[in-house]
Design a protein around this ligand. Structure first.
Ligand code: IPM
Ligand code: MG
Length: 356
């Protein structure tokens, strides 16, 4: 089979980590006889420098015509001074919207080899952690009406959190379906004690729950969820929440696993076309220095194989190889602990290819 992949290397460490993931994909292609055809497109800071806009129409068109979009990271201090509509992050938001990617799947799995890198006490995480945050990605305050206005308090700015019932229902269905394939435990996170949009969220989640009687559903306020994640993370299996809360909680959950440099993500819509990227940012301070951890990006490639191409055993092979390399003691700087063998971005990529 031939698969068309739109590749956005992006800014900062983006090119460093994507290059390694593509080597891993090529290795999979060779071993399992698939052909991955890459088309490199611009988005974010790199697009701003080349075309003056963060998300050129050509990029959107090529992404739409592909089987999947694979992205490194966008953004950097250099472009921080630009107004909102020209920021590199706008490219990400634009792609999510243009491609209809409303469901963001962010697994937070602690590799047993990295237990020492977890910032929580060992008795809190026990033998590990395995949860998934399902974040609504094309609605809520990220996409609501915004602007500047002046009222009796003076000049100000506002953003609106709006959710339609349809938007809540479709993400709730993704969450319940995910829960059915796992431990059948779902926590829906909102702020229903204060926000009207959260009360609507809760009502719709309860309605969808009627179709999944086997799933045990809990509702939790977001402030409590943030606290529960650090005092008892193992109570969670699947978390479903809105765009802003999911942005925050997925960073928190990821850090409990030891490093944000380990975690992949998939953004999905109603078709097989998904976008795959690590959940971390572009880390411009270490760009081009062979220091970044490519594992989050490499396991994002595994998610792409699984979700967009239905290549289950190929995805397993990548994940297995990562585990083997970690078990053999190899570490990039962000996950280095005593006794680990420190390697750079390229060496880590090569080791994983060899293990495949
Ligand atoms: C993420 C990022 C993005 C977000 C930024 C870069 C716009 O933090 O994917 O979590 O807030 O969604
Ligand atoms: Mg984020």
């Amino acid at each position: 089979m031939e698969y068309k992949i739109a590749v956005i290397k992006g800014d900062g460490i983006g090119p460093d980590i994507v290059d390694q993931a593509l080597l891993v994909l090529n290795k999979i292609g060779e071993k399992y006889k698939h052909s991955f055809k890459y088309t490199e497109v611009l988005a974010g800071g790199a697009a701003l420098d080349a075309t003056n806009v963060p998300l050129p129409q050509e990029t959107i068109d090529i992404c739409k015509a592909s089987d999947a979009v694979f992205l490194g990271a966008v953004g950097g201090h250099k472009w921080d001074v630009l107004p909102g509509h020209l920021r590199p992050e706008k490219a990400l938001l634009g792609l999510r919207e243009e491609l209809g990617l409303f469901a963001n799947i962010r697994p937070a799995i602690m590799y047993k080899e990295l237990k020492d890198a977890c910032p929580l006490k060992p008795e809190i995480v026990g033998d590990g952690m395995d949860m998934v945050v399902i974040r609504e990605l094309t609605g809520g305050i990220y996409f609501g009406e915004r602007g500047f206005k002046t009222n009796e308090k003076g000049d100000g700015a506002y953003d609106t959190m709006f959710y339609s019932e349809m938007e809540v229902r479709r993400i709730a269905i993704v969450a319940f379906e995910t829960a059915m394939k796992r431990a059948k435990k779902l926590t829906s996170v909102d702020k229903a004690n204060v926000l009207e949009s959260s009360r609507l969220w809760r009502k719709v989640v309860l309605e969808v729950a009627e179709d999944y009687p086997e799933v045990e559903v809990k509702h939790m306020y977001v402030d409590n969820a943030a606290m529960q994640l650090v005092i008892n993370p193992k109570q969670f299996d699947v978390i479903v929440t809105g765009n802003l809360f999911g942005d925050i909680l997925s960073d928190e959950a990821s850090m409990i696993t030891g490093s944000i440099g380990m975690l992949p993500s998939a953004s999905l819509g109603t078709t097989k076309l998904g976008m795959y990227e690590p959940i971390h940012g572009s880390a411009p301070d270490i760009a081009g220095q062979n220091k970044a951890n490519p594992i989050a990006t490499i396991v994002s490639a595994a998610m792409m194989l699984r979700y967009s191409f239905d290549l289950e055993k190929e995805a397993d092979a990548i994940e297995k190889a990562v585990e083997t390399i970690l078990a053999n003691g190899y570490r990039t700087g962000d996950i280095q602990t005593e006794g680990g063998i420190l390697v750079g971005t390229k060496e880590m990529g090569q080791l994983i290819c060899d293990a495949i």
